[in-house]
Design a protein around this ligand. Structure first.
Ligand code: HEM
Length: 363
């Protein structure tokens, strides 16, 4: 069966392809950072709620995480919208096709996100009302969030393989397909999820550091506990990352192991940054945070190069006609800067807030 690709949007690109690609990768990094804190944080909170029955440290950790997670969830969603716009505008031909093929599972993301969000709010504001259901509800939120991530990986991988689209649609146009036959699906998904536990571990260690600075003895154990998650998950990641790399089609794999100098350097510099972060975490937490952000940035660039390689034979965004709409674009850029400044300010306020103030705010 021939490969069928829908034509690009006749309106053309609203800005040059290179600029849209930079913004896509940049906003994707922001989304992924928030998503990591959400995925890892919700699961660690669910674990903490159970362990908290016997351990005051875990009970306190779960309480603090329950206050932060609804905000982290809203960051994840809001910071997901920006890359979604750029994916649609650049790769609409692939994105919409994949989304139509998996229409029902894809639409279920909205319900899963809403239910997970409600769950987080209930755990934060109504723990007494939930009673012994508080831990199961936290687990429900964690599982739904993990499932949303899996559906994103189904969509992201299906998008990259146009040769599957026509046969899939031919087999059934009901919109019930997923991409289970994709050999990279599971290692790719695990690569994202394992990273989430490492980053959430760093987030907990940072919370601990700030608590310690305020003279709160809970902070010492939080720094140690968070660093343990970071170290454990990053060690697992060394294996999962290699699994993902070697599950790639051999021509793409070659490009990351010497075939293409830029791709090879970017990928392995990312791995190096993660390993250095691992070595540094018990000595300098801010240093480990910085190296992890560098690793995530380089990995996101690698992910983009991989997408270009997959789609190159069929879709080349650099050849789509450009029909600039600078007015709209400038409005977007200004709002993005204001939005990011607001988010930065909110995070700063959260970290600055003392215990009594936060408790009062959550009443
Ligand atoms: C709340 C739970 C969410 C989780 C756990 C999550 C997780 C993920 C993961 C794991 C990926 C990478 C997929 C891959 O490359 O294999 C991803 C990509 C992405 N997510 Fe999220 N996400 C969530 C919510 C959202 C929401 C609500 C939006 C949009 C409003 C969004 C927008 C995006 C976009 C645009 C991408 C890039 C897709 C691409 O490049 O093909 N995400 N997300």
């Amino acid at each position: 069966m021939p490969v069928v690709i829908p034509p690009p949007d006749p309106a053309g690109l609203p800005a040059p392809a290179w600029l849209l690609q930079i913004l896509l990768v940049f906003t994707f990094i922001l989304h992924i950072l928030a998503m990591n804190l959400l995925v890892g944080g919700t699961t660690i909170m669910a674990i903490g709620l159970r362990k908290g029955k016997h351990s005051p440290f875990h009970a306190e950790l779960a309480k603090r995480l329950s206050r932060a997670l609804p905000v982290v969830m809203s960051f994840t969603i809001t910071l997901g919208i920006a890359p979604l716009l750029f994916v649609q505008v650049l790769y609409g031909q692939a994105f919409y096709t994949a989304s139509i093929l998996m229409a029902w599972p894809w639409l279920s993301v909205v319900a899963l996100v809403l239910l997970a969000y409600y769950g987080l709010y209930l755990v934060q504001f109504r723990p007494d009302w939930l009673g012994r259901w508080v831990t199961p509800i936290a687990w429900m939120s964690a599982l739904f969030i993990l499932l949303v991530g899996l559906l994103y990986t189904h969509n992201a991988t299906l998008k990259l393989t146009p040769e599957k689209w026509a046969p899939m649609y031919d087999a059934s146009p009901a919109g019930l397909h997923l991409n289970w036959s994709e050999p990279t699906l599971i290692p790719r998904y695990l690569h994202f999820m394992v990273a989430a536990f490492a980053v959430a571990g760093l987030g907990i260690a940072l919370l601990g550091l700030l608590a310690r600075k305020r003279g709160d003895s809970w902070g010492d154990e939080a720094v140690r506990y968070g660093a343990k998650w970071f170290i454990g998950a990053t060690l697992v990641q060394l294996g999962v990352g290699l699994w993902f790399l070697f599950s790639l089609p051999s021509n793409f794999l070659q490009s990351f192991i010497g075939g293409n100098t830029v791709n090879t350097v970017v990928l392995w510099a990312g791995v190096l940054a993660a390993v250095l972060g691992l070595l540094l975490v018990n000595r300098s937490l801010p240093g480990a945070v910085l190296l992890t952000v560098v690793a995530i940035t380089l990995m996101s660039v690698t992910r983009h190069s991989l997408r270009q390689m997959y789609l190159q034979p069929h879709i080349d965004v650099n050849t789509i006609p450009v029909n600039p709409q600078w007015g709209v674009f400038i409005i977007f850029a200004v709002l993005l800067v204001i939005g990011l400044a607001t988010v930065g300010w909110m995070v700063w306020q959260f970290y600055q807030a003392g215990e009594p103030k936060q408790a009062a705010a959550s009443q």
